[in-house]
Design a protein around this ligand. Sequence first.
Ligand code: FES
Length: 647
Amino acid sequence: MNYNVLFLPHNQTITVPDGETLIRAAMEAGVHINASCGGEGVCGKCRVIIEEGSVEEGITEKLNKDDLKKGYRLACKSVIRSDITVRVPVESEVDASALKMKPTARCTARIVQPDFESLKDKGLFTPPVEKKYLELPKPSATDNLPDTTRLVSFLKINHDEHRLVVSLPVIRMLPEILREKDFKITATLARPVQAGRKSYIIRIEPGDTTDRNYAIAMDIGTTTIYGQLIDLKTGEVLSEAADFNGQISYGEDVISRIVFAEKGDGMAKLHEVVVSTMNKIIEKILRRAKVKKDEASTITLSGNTTMTQLFLQVNPKYIRRSPYVPAATIYPPLHARSLGLELGDHTEALVYPQISSYVGGDIVAGVMGSGMYRAEALTLFMDIGTNAEIVIGNKDWLACAACSAGPAFEGGGISFGMRAARGAIEDFSIHPGTLEPMNITIGNVLAKGICGSGLIIMVAKMFETGVIDNQGKFNRNLGTNRIRETEDIWEYVVAWEEETQIGRDIVLTEVDIENFIRAKAAIYSGCQTLLAEVGLEIGMIERIFLAGGFGSYVDLEKAMTIGLLPEMDTEKISFIGNSSLLGARMSAMTNRIRQDVGDVMRKMTNFELSETPSYMDNYVASLFLPHTDIDLFPKVKARLKNCDMKQ
Ligand code: FES
């Protein structure tokens, strides 16, 4: 159920779902309400008057009986349960006239996920492992074929399976298992990568177990590892789990992990901890769905090149040395057990191939999972994290590049930066007249820090309101105690000490903004350079896919305001979530992906940005908000002009 909320005196109406808090509705509507405690109900600054309708109120000591009688409520503690009219009193926004600037509501990407049902409709639901129930004729004096021959010829005659290899463990167990249930067995067949090649019989079980065939899809991220359990009969995801990659204790990013791997038994240690994290996730998803470990017939894995090599115990040393070559691009199917994974002896492990040292299997999985390699539409795929990987192309050609953005979007290098977790400021607004902030934290608790998506909004809002200039420097003459100089560094106080969980003022400094601008410049210039290398301009791109944990929360308009994303129609931008996991899942559901991946690898041209002369020039030009060439951002230019005129 949705409700209309009318904000006065702005006359701004917004429709929100039942249960939304008033402060989030205000943020969404672009209506500023002072709020510096993140929505915890502590600062008492977000007072509003409910003029019509009612809200569900949280307990607060910040309002007395008299206030309540007059209709005052705290916006952060008021839950919308009906259509309401809300007046934002002067003390909560001080100067309503300054808000005549067109409010910009939060604009996030549409979430797009492939339609797995259509795989079935198109006959593409063909998992890489398949179970077949067989009732074999029993041997007799006139039919005394060896057990293995009996199995193979039965499959050939009755199931059209002409090219089969029987693994030695299957031969070893076949005589007993055949006789356990009167020659009624289930055979598990592992399909080849290329059509027409041999399938392997990897397991036999007594009786009919065809309804218990499962796959695991896993994304081995540098920070987090995600796993999903898939029912190969229905295609349904039965359970999922995630955990921090245990390697984090040995370095935050891939370079520090490679450095660690080079020391003594460093590589063995990193392998051990990543496998341990993976096994924990496997155990969890199997337990949750009540599936036994040997019922998982396959595990499909994707990760960046360093994560993949460390997992496979392939020394990643040369990944960080010029000319940056990975050990391999394609890995053959492997036995999950041989890699240390606690799964069945027969469970096959399929590892996504790598393009280069910095465009790994996670990106190939994203390209496969998103389907961009099969589409006519010219697509720009971006996975933004510590490293940003960019792929451009369509069904005919593909080009890719990676750039190092640094950890700013994950909170690194920012004084009060943090990952998106409870207490992180994820939404922000600044009053253009009073320069007071409106902070909203994840979980509506006292603020702990600022996460990447909050940071983008914060820098964009400060830029739009003239609090910072296009180089990220604070305007020193605004006459607010929020902007101050501490130890030669200028900063803005986002939340005062008593409005935080950490007992210290949360600030955004010029150094933070500088680090942030460098990160966004690396990504934008990477895009710009790759586009130029393939002879395209951003206007020619028909759609953008944003991948990664970051994309779903990014305010697209703000990301363009600061020049992180190229300016384009936000309708053309979709968020596809964890595309690495998506690709791993797709591979578990259709063998067609494995067949197509070779083709994609051949079509993909990798550009080393560090070797591309124009990259540095583009990078330097991008070290401004949004860019030295503001004409690349016509909408931002118009908006800024509009703001200037109104101020
Ligand atoms: S009391 Fe509502 S934001 Fe602080």
